[in-house]
Design a binder for this molecule. Structure first.
Ligand code: HEM
Length: 164
């Protein structure tokens, strides 16, 4: 039914906007602004951790919805897995799925690095400045990788849509 597919596409698009837009906003707007403010390294990191945790409340459901609606969009390919390998559309879809798996793995590592006990160690000054800087670089690199993979997933969606 056409209206059913329209609603699924709308949900998939809205979730993509939340996931990609939110990650880009944190990386390209919030992080640089925080850098210009006169907070200590600990305070800056704590603020980013708080923003990240709040964002996760909408980002994780969005990612789950993207996967569920994405699987729905691809059901004809999952019912006939030969199509995934034997058609161009199927090949691009496979690349998109692999990118999404890479995205999930990177995201899980990113979130696991910033566990509650790590945040407590930072705030109670149990971590040296060197350790905090190392941690920050890891978080920043993983965050950037998440944004790059997310934008690449969007490119795969555009490729699929154009029928190349
Ligand atoms: C971060 C995760 C994802 C993002 C940001 C994303 C984004 C998008 C966007 C923006 C579209 C365009 C809407 C359209 O034209 O129909 C789309 C379409 C689509 N997505 Fe996703 N998606 C994600 C995950 C997935 C997953 C996991 C699958 C498959 C398991 C999938 C399968 C599809 C399919 C089949 C289409 C339709 C393409 C076409 O027009 O032929 N997506 N996606």
């Amino acid at each position: 039914m056409a209206i059913e597919q329209t609603i699924i596409t709308w949900i998939h698009l809205t979730s993509a906007a939340i996931w990609v837009g939110g990650s880009l906003f944190i990386g390209a707007v919030l992080a640089p602004i925080l850098k210009t403010m006169s907070f200590s390294l600990e305070e800056r990191l704590q603020m980013m951790i708080r923003v990240g945790r709040r964002f996760n409340k909408i980002a994780i459901p969005s990612l789950i919805i993207l996967i569920v609606t994405g699987i729905y969009n691809s059901h004809s390919f999952f019912n006939n897995s030969d199509l995934l390998l034997s058609t161009d559309y199927g090949n691009w879809l496979l690349v998109k799925i692999i990118l999404v798996i890479a995205l999930i793995i990177t995201y899980v590592i990113h979130v696991r690095i910033i566990r509650k006990d790590v945040e407590e160690q930072i705030m109670s000054k149990q971590m040296s400045e060197k350790q905090i800087k190392k941690l920050r670089i890891k978080i920043i690199i993983l965050g950037e990788v998440i944004v790059v993979i997310s934008v690449a997933v969007l490119f795969m969606a555009a490729l699929l849509n154009s029928g190349i």
